[in-house]
Design a protein. Structure first.
Length: 130
């Protein structure tokens, strides 16, 4: 069974998870990531990388909603394979609850600039969304 991203990721989006995925199956929305459940090979290496426990195994007591959401949006949002800076205010939202109802956005991610560990830009894909 695949791994999934849940609402804890919304507005945190640290992206520590994406670089360890061997099959590059993370996809980026405006303020969260999702995993494509058909591409995920269930290796589990991403789970401990998430500093806030937003990645869960589908074998856990997962609401059907999150499986559907990961499936649906991984088919339309852009793929993300490199770590990027988290939003400046990400820490403010770590402990917040009901983030889906308050903040979920259907918009695709704004992967405008991606940097490597030397702070060099390695990828530029989208203009910042206004
Ligand atoms: S590390 Fe966790 S919070 Fe960050 S993008 Fe990945 S799933 Fe979301
Ligand atoms: S469990 Fe493995 S394959 Fe699935 S999203 Fe995480 S790192 Fe990628």
């Amino acid at each position: 069974m695949p791994y999934l991203v849940n609402e804890k990721c919304i507005k945190c989006k640290f992206t520590d998870c994406v670089e360890v995925c061997p099959v590059d199956c993370f996809y980026e929305g405006e303020n969260m990531l999702v995993i494509n459940p058909d591409e995920c090979i269930d290796c589990g290496v991403c789970e401990p990388e998430c500093p806030i426990g937003a990645i869960i195994s589908d074998t856990e007591d997962v609401e059907e909603k999150w499986l559907k959401l990961n499936q649906q949006y991984s088919e339309v949002w852009p793929n993300i394979t490199l770590k990027k800076d988290a939003p400046n205010d990400a820490k403010d939202y770590e402990e917040e609850t009901n983030k889906f109802d308050k903040y979920f956005s259907e918009s695709p991610g704004g992967t405008d600039i991606v940097k490597n560990n030397n702070n060099e830009i390695t990828e530029k894909r989208y203009e910042e969304k206004k």
